[in-house]
Design a protein around this ligand. Structure first.
Ligand SMILES: Cc1ncc(C[n+]2csc(CCOP(=O)(O)OP(=O)(O)O)c2C)c(N)n1
Ligand SMILES: [Mg+2]
Length: 322
């Protein structure tokens, strides 16, 4: 893996983390009037995906979609304005945090309904195949979404038609407050079910950004070689509450020990240590990157706060910013 890619991967993860940390700081002021689901701790997969595909390739995501949008090359200004419900937002202020869409970077939408963006992603791949556009469709979803009927129908259709789809399952062990072991039979792996349905599958440590990158790069390559849809299950962990910006380990559905064990494998700190050990970055350079990203984020929040809300009449206009 080229050094330049390692640095880009680190910078992209950092950007995702810093944007969400700023959202977490500003959210309690009550100016972002939509539920928000953060991906802090889960930055490696979205950052890696963005570096393995082209801007014209398509991605589709879920209620937890900020990271995916930023990773895919999304515009931070447009995203923050959207979360503030402003007309300059990527969905013209009508969608909020859970409904981000931006055709200019191949980000085809996110949805609050668990599992319902999966068939849309498969449909996008079918369109790409029929139109011979060579775009691949990347579908982000959580472990919980694999319990939805739409997931099975979508996988079946993608395999049947050998569509250019990359299924990216971010298994963070929880669906809201329910751990996997109260939802799925013990010992049955999500990736094994996917394999049984005809997908080529990989299981990857989603906290290891380099392994994550390599697995996605390989899967994308296979899709481009017309080997059919690919599936990767990433193990990962969200650090904050399911919906909102707080820590919630004290409420009892998971333990502090479990959280700390995952936090120790923080994909960003691990990557930074690696870059320092390999002499690819110094502490000073790291600080420069942090300052640069910080300025960009600051600008985005100022822009969002200064932007107007959409006109009332816009509520009846079904067009999005595409
Ligand atoms: C069809 C449907 N059922 C239930 C919900 C409520 N809900 C919102 S997010 C969520 C958890 C989804 O878990 P997972 O797919 O693992 O994603 P994660 O939140 O862990 O990223 C649930 C059950 C919903 N939005 N839609
Ligand atoms: Mg989950």
């Amino acid at each position: 893996m080229r050094n330049e890619i390692k640095l880009k991967l680190y910078e992209s993860m950092l950007k995702i983390r810093m944007v969400e940390e700023e959202i977490a700081r500003e959210y309690p002021k009550g100016e972002m009037r939509c539920p928000t689901h953060l991906s802090i701790g889960q930055e490696a997969v979205p950052a890696a995906l963005g570096l393995c595909v082209n801007i014209k390739d398509m991605a589709i995501s879920t209620h937890r979609g900020h990271a995916h949008y930023i990773g895919k090359g999304g515009n931070i200004k447009s995203m923050i304005a959207e979360i503030y419900g402003k007309s300059t937002g990527c969905s013209k202020g009508k969608g909020g945090s859970m409904h981000l869409i931006d055709n200019s970077v191949g980000f085809m939408g996110t949805s609050a309904i668990v599992g319902n963006s999966i068939p849309v992603g498969v449909g996008l791949a079918l369109a790409s195949k029929i139109r011979k556009t060579n775009q691949i469709s990347c579908i982000f979803f959580g472990d919980g979404a694999t319990e939805e009927g739409s997931y099975y129908e979508s996988v079946n259709f993608a395999v049947l038609k050998k569509l250019p789809v990359l299924f990216l399952c971010e298994n963070n062990l929880y669906s809201v407050y329910s751990p996997l072991n109260v939802r799925q039979p013990e010992g049955r792996k999500i990736s094994n079910v996917a394999k049984a349905m005809g997908l080529q599958v990989e299981e990857v440590d989603g906290n290891n950004a380099i392994d994550t990158f390599k697995s996605i790069e390989l899967a994308v390559d296979k899709i481009r070689q017309n080997e059919g849809p690919q599936f990767i299950e990433f193990s990962t962990y969200r650090w904050l509450e399911h919906c909102g910006v707080n820590y919630d380990n004290h409420i009892g559905y998971r333990t502090e020990e479990e959280y700390l064990a995952w936090k120790k494998q923080d994909p960003i700190s691990v990557m930074k240590d690696k870059l320092i050990t390999e002499n690819l970055i110094s502490e000073v350079e790291d600080q420069e990157i942090i300052t640069k990203i910080g300025l960009e984020i600051n600008e985005a929040f100022v822009h969002a706060k200064e932007s107007p809300f959409p006109e009332t009449i816009e509520a009846y206009n079904g067009e999005y910013a595409i």
